[in-house]
Design a protein around this ligand. Structure first.
Ligand code: NAP
Length: 503
C-alpha cells in the first residue's frame, strides 16, 4: 500500500513529505496541497506546499552535490541507476496504486508505467556508459588552410542543475525520462512533480534515495505549479529545464534564461486514412490511439482525416468498437475512466457542445457523470468547429471527411501543433511522400502515434516542442561539448616520414 512498508518515512501524518538534502522533510510553510481523486472527487492525498526558501536551499545543495557527482566514475553512476531501477520495479504495486488514485489510470496500465520506467532507467544507464565514454579526435589539416598542427579532443560534460517538470498523465515515466539522462550525464536534478501524480513521484524518488545516491543530488519540491513554478523555472541556479506538459511550456520558454530547454508539449495528432487502407487495422488503431487512458495522451489520435469514399465503412467499424469499451473505475481496469479534473471535464464538454451547435454527427449519445465522460465519436466535423483544432485530452474523437490526400495534409499542417501523425495505406511509396509532407516530429505508417519505445527519438515541431527526447537525445541535450586543442609547433603525421629527423 502507498505510504507503508519501505515508504513509511515519506509520510508525515496524512501529508507526504518533500525530499531535500537526502532526507524527507516537512515544509516550514505549514501548508499542504490536496490531491483530488479524479474518480471520487474527494481528497485522496496531501503534499507539502514548499516555500521559496526551501527551493533556494535545494538549488544550493544541487549545485554543490553536482560538483562531486561529475567526478564520480561513469560506471558507478550507471551502477546506482541500475539499483534504483531494480528497487522501483520491486515496488511497483504501491506506486501503481497511487497512480490509480491520483490520476485514475487503469490499474494494469499503472503497473506497466512503473515497469517501463524501471526499464528506461536501466537502458539510460547502459546507453550513457557507451555514449559518454566516447569522445572525438579531430585533426586540423582536413579544413583548408591548415596543416596538421592542431589535435582537437572533444568530450561531453554535464550542464549542472537540471530542473525536471513532468505532466500528470505519465508522472513517473516522464519524470524518470528526465532524471535518468540527467544523472548519468553527471548533472544534479531538481524534480517538480505535477500535483496530480505527486505522490507517485515521491514514491519513485524514494527508490532513488534507497539506491544510495549522494545527498542533495536529487531533490523533489512539491507545490502548485501556478504558485512555485515561476520561482523554480527562473531560478538562477538552474542550467537546463526539461518540461513536458501543455501551453505552460510556451510561457516557460519565454521566461527562461539562456539555458538549454527540452520542451515536449501538446499535440493534435492527425490520422490520415487513404482509400486502400486496411480499415479493420485503422479502426483498431483509432480505438487504441484515440481512447487509451481516456484520450489523455500527448500522442493520442486527436483527429481522423478519412477519404470520403471509405468514411462510412470506417465510422461503422469504429462505432462498433467504441460500443465495446468499458467505462468506470480505474481499479477495475475499465478502458474509459474519469478525466483528471473537473476543469478538464468542463473543457471537453465545451468542445462537444460547440460541435453540437455547429452540426457534427454524434455517433453515441453524449454522457457525463462527474469527471467521467463516455467515449464519443463525432462524425462530419468541419474546420469551423473547435474540436477540429483543439486538443480535448479526453475520450472524444472528431472525424473529418476529406476529398483528397492534399486536404488531409493541409489540415494537419495548418495546426499550431506538430507532435506526431499517422497515415494508413498499403502503398509504402505514397506513405513516404505523405510522411515527408506532414509537418510533425514523427509520422507513423500503419499504426497509431506513440511515444515509445522510450529509446526512439521523440520530438514536436511548432508549438509541440523544442529539442528531442528519447534516451540518447536526452543525454546529449543534458550535456555540453567541451574541447581541448593541443597545438604542435610543427605538423605531425602519424607514421609519417621525417619523424625522427624533426626530433
Ligand atoms: P500542464 O498543465 O502544462 O502541467 C505540466 C506541469 O507543469 C505540471 O507539473 C504543472 O504542475 C507544472 N506547472 C504548472 N504551472 C507552472 C508554471 N507556471 N511553471 C512551471 N511549472 C508549472 O500539463 P498537464 O495538464 O499536466 O498535461 C497535459 C498536457 O501535457 C497536454 O497538453 C499534453 O499534450 C501534454 N503532454 C505532452 C507530452 C509530450 O511529450 N509532448 C507528453 C505528455 C503530455 P501542477 O500540476 O502543480 O500545476
Amino acid at each position: 500500500m502507498a505510504g507503508t512498508g519501505i515508504f513509511t518515512e515519506i509520510l508525515d501524518g496524512e501529508v507526504y513529505k518533500y525530499y531535500s538534502d537526502g532526507e524527507w522533510k516537512t515544509s516550514s510553510s505549514g501548508k499542504s496541497v490536496a490531491i483530488v481523486n479524479p474518480a471520487t472527487r474527494k481528497t485522496q492525498y496531501k503534499v507539502q506546499a514548499c516555500t521559496q526558501e526551501e527551493v533556494n536551499k535545494v538549488m544550493e545543495m544541487a549545485k554543490s552535490a553536482q560538483k562531486s557527482w561529475a567526478k564520480t566514475p561513469l560506471w558507478k553512476r550507471a551502477e546506482l541507476l541500475h539499483k534504483a531501477a531494480a528497487i522501483l520495479k520491486d515496488n511497483k504495486a504501491p506506486i501503481a496504486e497511487s497512480l490509480v488514485k491520483e490520476i485514475a489510470k487503469p490499474a494494469k496500465d499503472s503497473v506497466t508505467e512503473v515497469v517501463r520506467s524501471g526499464d528506461l532507467i536501466s537502458y539510460c544507464a547502459e546507453e550513457g556508459v557507451r555514449i559518454l565514454g566516447e569522445g572525438k579526435f579531430l585533426l586540423s589539416d582536413s579544413f583548408p588552410g591548415n596543416e596538421r598542427t592542431k589535435y582537437c579532443l572533444t568530450s561531453k560534460i554535464p550542464l549542472g542543475v537540471v530542473l525536471a517538470i513532468p505532466p500528470f498523465n505519465y508522472p513517473v515515466n516522464l519524470a524518470v525520462s528526465k532524471i535518468a539522462p540527467a544523472l548519468i550525464a553527471g548533472n544534479s536534478l531538481v524534480l517538480k512533480p505535477p500535483t496530480q501524480g505527486a505522490v507517485s513521484c515521491l514514491h519513485m524518488v524514494h527508490c532513488f534515495h534507497l539506491a544510495g545516491f549522494p545527498k542533495g543530488l536529487i531533490s523533489c519540491i512539491t507545490g502548485k505549479g501556478s504558485e512555485i513554478g515561476d520561482f523554480l523555472t527562473m531560478h538562477p541556479a538552474v542550467n537546463c529545464i526539461s518540461f513536458t506538459g501543455g501551453d505552460t511550456g510556451i510561457s516557460i520558454s519565454k521566461k527562461a534564461g539562456m539555458i538549454p530547454l527540452q520542451m515536449e508539449l501538446g499535440g493534435k495528432d492527425a490520422c490520415i486514412v487513404l482509400e486502400d487502407a486496411d480499415l479493420d487495422l485503422v479502426a483498431s488503431n483509432i480505438i487504441k490511439g484515440g481512447f487509451s487512458y481516456s484520450g489523455q495522451r500527448c500522442t493520442a489520435v486527436k483527429v481522423v482525416l478519412v477519404m470520403e469514399s471509405v468514411a462510412d465503412e470506417l465510422v461503422e467499424k469504429v462505432k462498433a468498437k467504441v460500443a465495446k469499451l468499458t467505462v468506470g473505475p480505474p481499479e477495475e481496469n475499465c478502458d474509459i475512466t474519469a478525466v483528471v479534473s473537473e476543469s478538464s471535464a468542463n473543457f471537453i464538454e465545451g468542445l462537444v457542445m460547440d460541435a453540437k451547435e455547429k452540426g457534427a454527427t454524434f455517433c453515441q449519445e453524449y454522457k457525463r457523470e462527474g469527471n467521467l465522460i463516455w467515449p464519443l465519436l463525432l462524425d462530419n466535423v468541419r474546420p469551423d468547429m473547435r474540436i477540429a483544432w483543439e486538443e480535448p485530452f479526453g475520450p472524444v474523437l472528431p472525424v473529418l471527411r476529406i476529398s483528397s490526400v492534399e486536404e488531409g495534409i493541409n489540415h494537419c499542417n495548418a495546426s499550431n501543433f506538430g507532435l506526431q501523425g499517422c497515415v494508413f495505406t498499403k502503398d509504402i511509396n505514397k506513405a513516404m511522400l505523405i510522411s515527408d509532407a506532414m509537418e510533425t516530429g514523427t509520422v507513423q505508417i500503419n499504426s497509431a502515434p506513440a511515444r515509445g519505445p522510450d529509446h526512439f527519438p521523440f520530438q514536436g515541431l511548432k508549438d509541440s516542442g523544442i529539442g528531442s527526447q528519447g534516451v540518447t537525445n536526452s543525454i546529449n541535450l543534458m550535456t555540453k561539448v567541451k574541447t581541448t586543442v593541443i597545438n604542435l609547433p610543427t605538423p605531425s603525421y602519424s607514421m609519417g616520414a621525417g619523424f625522427i629527423s624533426r626530433l
